[in-house]
Write a protein that binds this ligand. Structure first.
Ligand code: ZN
Ligand code: ZN
Length: 514
Protein backbone atom coordinates (compact mmCIF):
# COMPACT_ATOMS: atom_id res chain seq x y z
CA UNK A 1 0.00 0.00 0.00
CA UNK A 2 1.30 3.48 -0.75
CA UNK A 3 2.57 5.26 2.35
CA UNK A 4 0.00 8.08 2.03
CA UNK A 5 -2.79 5.50 2.32
CA UNK A 6 -1.06 3.88 5.29
CA UNK A 7 -0.87 7.28 7.04
CA UNK A 8 -4.49 8.01 6.15
CA UNK A 9 -5.58 4.68 7.68
CA UNK A 10 -3.58 5.43 10.83
CA UNK A 11 -5.30 8.80 11.06
CA UNK A 12 -8.73 7.27 10.59
CA UNK A 13 -8.24 5.23 13.76
CA UNK A 14 -8.25 8.60 15.58
CA UNK A 15 -11.42 9.88 13.96
CA UNK A 16 -12.94 11.01 10.68
CA UNK A 17 -12.41 14.76 11.03
CA UNK A 18 -8.91 16.01 10.32
CA UNK A 19 -6.87 19.14 10.01
CA UNK A 20 -3.39 18.88 8.54
CA UNK A 21 -1.01 21.68 9.43
CA UNK A 22 2.03 22.74 7.42
CA UNK A 23 4.05 25.90 7.36
CA UNK A 24 7.33 27.69 7.01
CA UNK A 25 9.25 30.76 8.11
CA UNK A 26 9.81 32.88 4.99
CA UNK A 27 13.18 34.33 5.95
CA UNK A 28 14.78 33.88 2.52
CA UNK A 29 14.45 32.26 -0.90
CA UNK A 30 12.96 28.80 -0.55
CA UNK A 31 15.04 25.83 -1.67
CA UNK A 32 13.41 23.00 -3.69
CA UNK A 33 13.42 20.82 -0.56
CA UNK A 34 10.85 23.05 1.14
CA UNK A 35 8.25 21.73 -1.30
CA UNK A 36 8.47 18.30 0.31
CA UNK A 37 6.37 19.20 3.33
CA UNK A 38 3.48 20.63 1.34
CA UNK A 39 3.54 17.78 -1.21
CA UNK A 40 3.64 15.16 1.58
CA UNK A 41 0.75 16.82 3.40
CA UNK A 42 -1.32 17.09 0.24
CA UNK A 43 -0.88 13.38 -0.52
CA UNK A 44 -2.20 12.50 2.93
CA UNK A 45 -5.05 14.97 2.49
CA UNK A 46 -5.99 13.36 -0.82
CA UNK A 47 -5.71 9.86 0.63
CA UNK A 48 -8.01 10.84 3.52
CA UNK A 49 -10.41 12.52 1.16
CA UNK A 50 -10.48 9.39 -1.03
CA UNK A 51 -11.60 7.52 2.09
CA UNK A 52 -14.40 10.04 2.62
CA UNK A 53 -12.89 11.65 5.70
CA UNK A 54 -13.71 15.25 6.54
CA UNK A 55 -10.27 16.78 5.99
CA UNK A 56 -8.83 20.26 5.64
CA UNK A 57 -5.30 21.52 5.37
CA UNK A 58 -3.79 24.84 6.41
CA UNK A 59 -0.53 26.42 5.46
CA UNK A 60 0.72 28.71 8.20
CA UNK A 61 3.17 31.33 7.00
CA UNK A 62 5.28 32.23 10.01
CA UNK A 63 5.25 35.91 9.19
CA UNK A 64 5.34 36.86 12.88
CA UNK A 65 8.78 35.30 13.38
CA UNK A 66 11.57 37.82 13.89
CA UNK A 67 14.38 38.32 11.38
CA UNK A 68 17.19 36.35 13.04
CA UNK A 69 20.12 38.14 11.45
CA UNK A 70 21.08 40.08 8.36
CA UNK A 71 21.57 37.24 5.89
CA UNK A 72 24.37 37.61 3.33
CA UNK A 73 21.82 38.24 0.57
CA UNK A 74 20.32 41.27 2.34
CA UNK A 75 21.54 44.84 1.85
CA UNK A 76 23.15 46.67 4.74
CA UNK A 77 20.00 48.61 5.65
CA UNK A 78 18.49 45.32 6.91
CA UNK A 79 20.86 45.42 9.87
CA UNK A 80 18.33 47.76 11.49
CA UNK A 81 15.49 45.28 10.87
CA UNK A 82 17.01 42.36 12.80
CA UNK A 83 14.68 41.30 15.61
CA UNK A 84 11.55 42.76 14.01
CA UNK A 85 8.74 40.50 12.81
CA UNK A 86 9.03 39.53 9.13
CA UNK A 87 5.57 40.93 8.39
CA UNK A 88 6.61 44.37 9.64
CA UNK A 89 9.84 44.62 7.64
CA UNK A 90 9.80 46.23 4.19
CA UNK A 91 10.17 43.93 1.20
CA UNK A 92 13.57 43.99 -0.53
CA UNK A 93 12.17 44.69 -4.03
CA UNK A 94 9.44 47.16 -3.15
CA UNK A 95 6.68 45.20 -4.91
CA UNK A 96 5.33 43.15 -2.00
CA UNK A 97 3.43 44.06 1.13
CA UNK A 98 6.33 43.08 3.37
CA UNK A 99 9.44 40.94 3.76
CA UNK A 100 7.50 37.76 4.52
CA UNK A 101 5.34 38.12 1.43
CA UNK A 102 8.36 38.84 -0.76
CA UNK A 103 9.86 35.43 0.03
CA UNK A 104 6.71 33.38 0.39
CA UNK A 105 4.76 34.56 -2.66
CA UNK A 106 6.73 32.54 -5.25
CA UNK A 107 6.25 29.54 -2.99
CA UNK A 108 2.50 30.13 -2.67
CA UNK A 109 2.31 30.34 -6.46
CA UNK A 110 4.20 27.04 -6.63
CA UNK A 111 1.90 25.17 -4.27
CA UNK A 112 -1.06 26.30 -6.31
CA UNK A 113 0.58 24.88 -9.41
CA UNK A 114 1.31 21.62 -7.57
CA UNK A 115 -2.41 21.32 -6.89
CA UNK A 116 -2.10 21.64 -3.13
CA UNK A 117 -5.44 22.36 -1.51
CA UNK A 118 -4.82 24.45 1.55
CA UNK A 119 -5.96 27.56 3.27
CA UNK A 120 -3.06 30.00 3.66
CA UNK A 121 -2.92 31.72 7.05
CA UNK A 122 -0.41 34.32 8.20
CA UNK A 123 0.67 34.12 11.83
CA UNK A 124 0.97 37.90 12.16
CA UNK A 125 -2.72 38.19 11.26
CA UNK A 126 -3.62 35.48 13.75
CA UNK A 127 -1.85 37.47 16.49
CA UNK A 128 -3.48 40.69 15.29
CA UNK A 129 -6.88 39.00 15.44
CA UNK A 130 -6.23 37.86 18.99
CA UNK A 131 -6.59 34.19 18.12
CA UNK A 132 -3.70 33.30 20.42
CA UNK A 133 -4.92 35.42 23.39
CA UNK A 134 -6.31 32.49 25.33
CA UNK A 135 -3.33 30.19 24.85
CA UNK A 136 -0.93 32.99 25.72
CA UNK A 137 -2.83 33.57 28.95
CA UNK A 138 -2.72 29.84 29.72
CA UNK A 139 1.01 29.68 28.96
CA UNK A 140 1.81 32.61 31.21
CA UNK A 141 -0.25 31.24 34.08
CA UNK A 142 1.44 27.87 33.74
CA UNK A 143 4.90 29.16 33.00
CA UNK A 144 6.58 27.18 35.78
CA UNK A 145 5.10 23.96 34.49
CA UNK A 146 6.27 24.85 30.97
CA UNK A 147 9.79 25.51 32.23
CA UNK A 148 9.79 22.16 34.02
CA UNK A 149 8.59 20.29 30.90
CA UNK A 150 11.13 21.97 28.63
CA UNK A 151 13.92 21.09 31.04
CA UNK A 152 12.75 17.51 31.54
CA UNK A 153 12.40 16.78 27.84
CA UNK A 154 15.33 18.67 26.38
CA UNK A 155 17.65 18.35 29.37
CA UNK A 156 18.59 22.00 29.05
CA UNK A 157 18.39 24.58 31.81
CA UNK A 158 16.21 27.57 31.16
CA UNK A 159 17.22 31.09 32.14
CA UNK A 160 16.01 32.24 35.58
CA UNK A 161 13.70 34.84 34.10
CA UNK A 162 12.09 32.46 31.56
CA UNK A 163 8.76 33.82 30.35
CA UNK A 164 6.63 32.14 27.64
CA UNK A 165 5.87 35.39 25.85
CA UNK A 166 8.20 37.96 24.25
CA UNK A 167 6.66 41.42 24.08
CA UNK A 168 7.31 43.44 20.98
CA UNK A 169 8.83 46.74 22.05
CA UNK A 170 6.56 49.52 20.82
CA UNK A 171 9.53 51.89 20.60
CA UNK A 172 12.19 49.90 18.69
CA UNK A 173 9.80 47.35 17.11
CA UNK A 174 11.86 44.30 18.07
CA UNK A 175 10.45 41.01 19.34
CA UNK A 176 13.78 39.97 20.74
CA UNK A 177 14.91 42.70 23.10
CA UNK A 178 12.16 43.23 25.66
CA UNK A 179 12.00 41.35 28.98
CA UNK A 180 8.64 40.77 30.61
CA UNK A 181 8.46 42.27 34.09
CA UNK A 182 4.92 41.38 35.11
CA UNK A 183 1.51 40.15 34.00
CA UNK A 184 -1.98 41.27 34.72
CA UNK A 185 -4.50 40.01 32.18
CA UNK A 186 -4.40 41.08 29.38
CA UNK A 187 -1.20 43.12 29.81
CA UNK A 188 2.41 42.04 30.03
CA UNK A 189 4.65 44.83 31.28
CA UNK A 190 8.18 44.93 29.93
CA UNK A 191 11.52 46.63 29.92
CA UNK A 192 13.36 46.76 26.61
CA UNK A 193 17.11 46.79 26.06
CA UNK A 194 16.59 50.00 24.08
CA UNK A 195 15.51 51.70 27.32
CA UNK A 196 11.77 51.74 26.67
CA UNK A 197 9.29 50.39 29.22
CA UNK A 198 5.74 49.59 28.23
CA UNK A 199 2.91 47.08 28.31
CA UNK A 200 1.88 44.55 25.69
CA UNK A 201 -1.72 43.45 25.16
CA UNK A 202 -1.84 39.66 24.60
CA UNK A 203 -5.04 40.10 22.55
CA UNK A 204 -3.11 42.07 19.94
CA UNK A 205 0.05 41.64 17.89
CA UNK A 206 2.07 43.06 20.77
CA UNK A 207 4.30 40.06 21.29
CA UNK A 208 4.94 36.43 20.52
CA UNK A 209 5.34 33.04 22.14
CA UNK A 210 8.74 31.32 21.77
CA UNK A 211 8.45 28.89 18.90
CA UNK A 212 8.42 25.57 20.77
CA UNK A 213 5.50 26.79 22.84
CA UNK A 214 3.88 28.48 19.88
CA UNK A 215 3.99 25.21 17.95
CA UNK A 216 1.96 23.36 20.59
CA UNK A 217 -0.32 26.38 20.98
CA UNK A 218 -1.08 26.36 17.25
CA UNK A 219 -2.19 22.72 17.47
CA UNK A 220 -4.70 23.71 20.11
CA UNK A 221 -5.90 26.89 18.39
CA UNK A 222 -6.40 25.31 14.96
CA UNK A 223 -7.39 21.86 16.19
CA UNK A 224 -4.54 20.18 14.31
CA UNK A 225 -4.70 16.37 14.02
CA UNK A 226 -1.79 15.72 11.65
CA UNK A 227 1.47 17.46 10.94
CA UNK A 228 4.41 16.62 8.70
CA UNK A 229 7.73 18.15 9.76
CA UNK A 230 11.45 17.82 9.05
CA UNK A 231 13.04 14.91 10.89
CA UNK A 232 15.30 17.27 12.86
CA UNK A 233 12.23 18.12 14.98
CA UNK A 234 11.55 14.44 15.56
CA UNK A 235 14.80 13.65 17.40
CA UNK A 236 14.45 12.35 20.97
CA UNK A 237 14.14 15.33 23.29
CA UNK A 238 13.46 17.53 20.29
CA UNK A 239 10.68 19.96 19.61
CA UNK A 240 8.02 17.38 18.77
CA UNK A 241 8.63 15.63 22.09
CA UNK A 242 8.31 18.90 23.99
CA UNK A 243 5.26 19.73 21.89
CA UNK A 244 3.52 16.49 22.86
CA UNK A 245 3.89 17.22 26.57
CA UNK A 246 3.11 20.93 26.29
CA UNK A 247 -0.02 20.12 24.30
CA UNK A 248 -1.21 17.60 26.85
CA UNK A 249 -0.16 19.12 30.16
CA UNK A 250 -0.50 22.81 29.41
CA UNK A 251 -3.13 23.12 26.69
CA UNK A 252 -5.11 19.95 27.41
CA UNK A 253 -4.83 18.77 23.81
CA UNK A 254 -3.68 15.59 22.15
CA UNK A 255 -0.65 16.27 19.93
CA UNK A 256 -1.22 15.72 16.20
CA UNK A 257 -0.19 12.55 14.42
CA UNK A 258 3.39 13.21 13.27
CA UNK A 259 4.79 12.55 9.80
CA UNK A 260 8.51 13.25 10.04
CA UNK A 261 10.22 13.48 6.69
CA UNK A 262 13.83 13.30 5.55
CA UNK A 263 15.50 16.10 3.68
CA UNK A 264 15.93 16.69 0.00
CA UNK A 265 19.58 16.77 -0.97
CA UNK A 266 20.95 18.31 -4.09
CA UNK A 267 23.09 15.79 -5.90
CA UNK A 268 25.62 15.84 -8.66
CA UNK A 269 26.97 18.59 -10.79
CA UNK A 270 24.93 21.51 -12.01
CA UNK A 271 22.98 22.45 -8.89
CA UNK A 272 23.71 26.13 -9.35
CA UNK A 273 21.64 28.24 -11.67
CA UNK A 274 23.91 29.22 -14.56
CA UNK A 275 22.88 32.88 -14.68
CA UNK A 276 21.71 33.71 -11.16
CA UNK A 277 24.28 31.58 -9.33
CA UNK A 278 21.68 30.55 -6.77
CA UNK A 279 20.90 27.01 -5.72
CA UNK A 280 17.79 25.18 -7.00
CA UNK A 281 14.72 26.96 -5.64
CA UNK A 282 11.17 25.66 -5.53
CA UNK A 283 10.35 27.97 -8.41
CA UNK A 284 13.25 26.59 -10.46
CA UNK A 285 12.06 23.04 -9.82
CA UNK A 286 8.65 23.85 -11.30
CA UNK A 287 10.24 25.45 -14.32
CA UNK A 288 12.51 22.44 -14.92
CA UNK A 289 9.73 19.85 -14.83
CA UNK A 290 5.95 20.09 -14.80
CA UNK A 291 4.32 20.10 -11.35
CA UNK A 292 3.13 16.50 -11.70
CA UNK A 293 6.72 15.29 -12.08
CA UNK A 294 7.86 17.31 -9.04
CA UNK A 295 5.02 15.79 -7.01
CA UNK A 296 6.04 12.35 -8.24
CA UNK A 297 9.70 12.87 -7.25
CA UNK A 298 8.51 13.39 -3.67
CA UNK A 299 5.69 10.83 -3.55
CA UNK A 300 7.56 7.89 -5.09
CA UNK A 301 9.51 7.37 -1.86
CA UNK A 302 8.49 7.04 1.75
CA UNK A 303 8.90 10.27 3.79
CA UNK A 304 11.50 8.49 5.94
CA UNK A 305 13.84 8.20 2.97
CA UNK A 306 15.94 11.08 1.77
CA UNK A 307 15.59 12.34 -1.77
CA UNK A 308 18.47 13.18 -4.07
CA UNK A 309 17.34 15.96 -6.30
CA UNK A 310 19.59 16.29 -9.33
CA UNK A 311 18.82 19.32 -11.45
CA UNK A 312 21.47 18.22 -13.97
CA UNK A 313 21.29 15.02 -16.01
CA UNK A 314 19.34 13.25 -13.25
CA UNK A 315 16.24 15.16 -14.32
CA UNK A 316 16.17 13.22 -17.58
CA UNK A 317 16.14 9.89 -15.73
CA UNK A 318 13.42 11.15 -13.42
CA UNK A 319 11.13 12.21 -16.26
CA UNK A 320 11.82 8.89 -18.03
CA UNK A 321 10.68 7.05 -14.90
CA UNK A 322 7.59 9.22 -14.63
CA UNK A 323 6.71 8.44 -18.26
CA UNK A 324 7.28 4.72 -17.70
CA UNK A 325 5.02 4.68 -14.63
CA UNK A 326 2.43 6.76 -16.48
CA UNK A 327 2.45 4.10 -19.21
CA UNK A 328 1.89 1.36 -16.62
CA UNK A 329 -0.87 3.36 -14.93
CA UNK A 330 -2.89 3.49 -18.13
CA UNK A 331 -2.08 -0.02 -19.38
CA UNK A 332 -2.79 -1.51 -15.96
CA UNK A 333 0.15 -3.87 -16.56
CA UNK A 334 2.81 -3.75 -13.88
CA UNK A 335 4.86 -5.85 -11.50
CA UNK A 336 3.50 -6.17 -7.97
CA UNK A 337 6.44 -4.16 -6.59
CA UNK A 338 5.49 -1.21 -8.82
CA UNK A 339 1.90 -0.94 -7.51
CA UNK A 340 2.78 1.84 -5.09
CA UNK A 341 4.36 3.82 -7.92
CA UNK A 342 1.03 3.79 -9.75
CA UNK A 343 -0.64 5.27 -6.67
CA UNK A 344 2.21 7.80 -6.41
CA UNK A 345 1.51 8.75 -10.02
CA UNK A 346 -2.19 9.15 -9.32
CA UNK A 347 -1.55 11.28 -6.22
CA UNK A 348 0.92 13.39 -8.23
CA UNK A 349 -1.69 14.80 -10.57
CA UNK A 350 -2.56 18.40 -9.66
CA UNK A 351 -5.99 17.74 -11.15
CA UNK A 352 -7.57 14.31 -11.44
CA UNK A 353 -5.66 11.84 -13.63
CA UNK A 354 -6.77 12.01 -17.27
CA UNK A 355 -9.10 9.25 -18.57
CA UNK A 356 -6.52 8.03 -21.11
CA UNK A 357 -2.75 8.04 -21.60
CA UNK A 358 -1.51 11.60 -22.18
CA UNK A 359 0.84 12.34 -25.07
CA UNK A 360 4.37 11.30 -24.16
CA UNK A 361 7.29 12.89 -25.95
CA UNK A 362 10.44 11.91 -24.02
CA UNK A 363 12.39 14.73 -22.43
CA UNK A 364 15.57 13.45 -24.07
CA UNK A 365 13.98 13.90 -27.48
CA UNK A 366 12.77 17.37 -26.62
CA UNK A 367 16.26 18.31 -25.45
CA UNK A 368 17.43 17.66 -29.02
CA UNK A 369 14.39 19.09 -30.77
CA UNK A 370 14.42 22.33 -28.82
CA UNK A 371 18.01 22.93 -29.89
CA UNK A 372 17.42 22.09 -33.53
CA UNK A 373 14.17 23.93 -34.16
CA UNK A 374 12.81 27.36 -33.56
CA UNK A 375 10.43 27.53 -30.59
CA UNK A 376 7.36 25.44 -29.84
CA UNK A 377 5.88 25.70 -33.35
CA UNK A 378 9.14 24.38 -34.78
CA UNK A 379 9.16 21.45 -32.37
CA UNK A 380 5.56 20.61 -33.22
CA UNK A 381 6.16 20.85 -36.97
CA UNK A 382 9.16 18.53 -36.70
CA UNK A 383 7.24 16.01 -34.61
CA UNK A 384 4.48 16.05 -37.22
CA UNK A 385 6.96 15.58 -40.05
CA UNK A 386 8.49 12.63 -38.19
CA UNK A 387 5.06 11.13 -37.57
CA UNK A 388 5.89 11.10 -33.86
CA UNK A 389 2.60 12.68 -32.74
CA UNK A 390 -0.99 12.28 -33.93
CA UNK A 391 -2.36 14.85 -36.35
CA UNK A 392 -4.05 16.87 -35.01
CA UNK A 393 -2.83 16.81 -31.42
CA UNK A 394 -5.73 17.22 -28.95
CA UNK A 395 -5.84 20.52 -27.02
CA UNK A 396 -5.06 18.69 -23.72
CA UNK A 397 -2.02 16.99 -25.22
CA UNK A 398 -0.93 20.19 -26.86
CA UNK A 399 -0.92 21.88 -23.45
CA UNK A 400 1.20 19.04 -22.00
CA UNK A 401 3.66 19.24 -24.89
CA UNK A 402 3.90 23.01 -24.68
CA UNK A 403 4.64 22.89 -20.98
CA UNK A 404 7.32 20.25 -21.49
CA UNK A 405 8.95 22.31 -24.22
CA UNK A 406 9.00 25.36 -21.95
CA UNK A 407 10.50 23.32 -19.12
CA UNK A 408 13.20 21.89 -21.39
CA UNK A 409 14.02 25.36 -22.68
CA UNK A 410 14.36 26.64 -19.13
CA UNK A 411 16.44 23.64 -18.10
CA UNK A 412 18.82 24.13 -21.04
CA UNK A 413 19.30 27.78 -20.10
CA UNK A 414 19.67 27.22 -16.37
CA UNK A 415 20.87 23.82 -15.13
CA UNK A 416 21.66 21.55 -18.08
CA UNK A 417 25.30 20.43 -18.32
CA UNK A 418 27.24 21.55 -21.39
CA UNK A 419 27.51 17.99 -22.72
CA UNK A 420 23.85 17.99 -23.80
CA UNK A 421 24.12 21.30 -25.62
CA UNK A 422 24.78 21.63 -29.31
CA UNK A 423 23.83 23.56 -32.42
CA UNK A 424 23.48 22.23 -35.95
CA UNK A 425 25.97 23.84 -38.33
CA UNK A 426 24.10 25.26 -41.32
CA UNK A 427 27.23 24.86 -43.47
CA UNK A 428 29.92 22.22 -43.34
CA UNK A 429 32.24 23.19 -40.45
CA UNK A 430 35.91 23.47 -41.30
CA UNK A 431 37.30 20.30 -39.80
CA UNK A 432 40.06 17.98 -40.95
CA UNK A 433 38.87 14.44 -41.66
CA UNK A 434 41.22 11.49 -42.07
CA UNK A 435 40.97 9.14 -45.06
CA UNK A 436 39.51 6.37 -42.87
CA UNK A 437 36.84 8.78 -41.61
CA UNK A 438 35.91 9.79 -45.16
CA UNK A 439 35.85 6.14 -46.17
CA UNK A 440 33.38 5.42 -43.34
CA UNK A 441 31.19 8.31 -44.49
CA UNK A 442 31.12 7.00 -48.08
CA UNK A 443 29.98 3.58 -46.85
CA UNK A 444 27.45 5.19 -44.56
CA UNK A 445 26.03 7.23 -47.45
CA UNK A 446 25.29 4.05 -49.38
CA UNK A 447 23.89 2.28 -46.33
CA UNK A 448 21.58 5.16 -45.50
CA UNK A 449 20.16 5.64 -48.96
CA UNK A 450 17.47 3.02 -48.52
CA UNK A 451 16.94 3.36 -44.79
CA UNK A 452 13.60 4.28 -43.25
CA UNK A 453 13.90 7.83 -41.83
CA UNK A 454 13.37 6.82 -38.20
CA UNK A 455 15.78 7.17 -35.26
CA UNK A 456 16.26 3.48 -34.67
CA UNK A 457 16.76 2.57 -38.35
CA UNK A 458 19.30 5.35 -38.79
CA UNK A 459 21.10 4.28 -35.64
CA UNK A 460 21.30 0.67 -36.85
CA UNK A 461 22.69 1.74 -40.23
CA UNK A 462 25.35 3.89 -38.60
CA UNK A 463 26.28 1.27 -36.09
CA UNK A 464 26.45 -1.43 -38.76
CA UNK A 465 28.88 0.63 -40.88
CA UNK A 466 30.99 1.97 -38.03
CA UNK A 467 31.64 -1.22 -36.11
CA UNK A 468 33.21 -2.89 -39.16
CA UNK A 469 35.27 0.17 -40.11
CA UNK A 470 38.82 0.82 -38.86
CA UNK A 471 37.62 3.88 -36.91
CA UNK A 472 35.15 1.77 -34.87
CA UNK A 473 31.72 2.69 -33.50
CA UNK A 474 32.99 5.44 -31.25
CA UNK A 475 35.05 7.01 -34.03
CA UNK A 476 32.07 6.80 -36.37
CA UNK A 477 29.80 8.64 -33.99
CA UNK A 478 32.47 11.27 -33.36
CA UNK A 479 32.93 12.07 -37.03
CA UNK A 480 29.18 12.59 -37.38
CA UNK A 481 29.10 14.98 -34.42
CA UNK A 482 32.03 16.77 -36.03
CA UNK A 483 30.37 17.31 -39.40
CA UNK A 484 26.92 18.23 -38.04
CA UNK A 485 27.68 20.08 -34.80
CA UNK A 486 31.40 20.78 -34.92
CA UNK A 487 31.91 19.07 -31.57
CA UNK A 488 33.02 15.66 -30.32
CA UNK A 489 29.81 14.68 -28.58
CA UNK A 490 26.14 15.44 -28.83
CA UNK A 491 22.61 14.10 -28.61
CA UNK A 492 21.57 10.53 -29.38
CA UNK A 493 22.57 10.32 -33.01
CA UNK A 494 19.86 8.20 -34.57
CA UNK A 495 17.03 10.24 -33.16
CA UNK A 496 18.91 13.48 -33.73
CA UNK A 497 19.49 12.83 -37.45
CA UNK A 498 15.90 11.64 -37.89
CA UNK A 499 14.71 15.06 -36.76
CA UNK A 500 16.73 16.74 -39.51
CA UNK A 501 15.69 16.91 -43.13
CA UNK A 502 16.80 13.77 -44.97
CA UNK A 503 18.21 15.60 -48.00
CA UNK A 504 20.19 17.92 -45.74
CA UNK A 505 21.72 14.99 -43.84
CA UNK A 506 22.60 13.05 -46.99
CA UNK A 507 24.13 16.10 -48.67
CA UNK A 508 26.28 16.81 -45.63
CA UNK A 509 27.57 13.24 -45.45
CA UNK A 510 28.38 13.33 -49.17
CA UNK A 511 30.14 16.68 -48.92
CA UNK A 512 32.23 15.55 -45.96
CA UNK A 513 33.20 12.26 -47.57
CA UNK A 514 34.79 13.81 -50.67
ZN1 ZN B 1 9.43 42.18 -2.89
ZN1 ZN C 1 12.96 48.55 22.36
Amino acid sequence: MHWADVEANNLLTRGRKHLINTGITPSGTLHVGTLREAITAEAVRKALSDKDADVRMIYLVDSWDPLRKRYPFLPERYEAEVGKPLAYIPCPCGEHKNYAQHYIQPFLDSIKELGIHCEVLWTHEQYELGRFAEVIDTAIRKKDAIARILKEVSGRDLPEDFFPYSPRCESCGRLTHAKATGYEHPYVTYQCACGHTGKADIRKADGKMPWRIEWAAKWKVFDVTCEPFGKDHAAAGGSYDTGVRLAKEIFDFEAPYPIPYEFVQLKGKGQMHKSTGSTVTGVDALRITPASVMNYIVLRVNPSRHIDYDAGLGILDMVDEYDRVEGMYYSGVCEERDRDLLRAYELSQPEKARPSLPLQVPYRHLVSLVQITDGFEGVLATLHRMGAVPDPVSPEDLAILKQRVECVQYWLSSFAPDEVKFAVCECMPSCELSESERCFLRELYVAMEGVEWKGEAIHDAMYGCAKGAPIGARGGFQVLYKIFCNQKQGPRLGFFLSTLDRDFVMARIKEASC
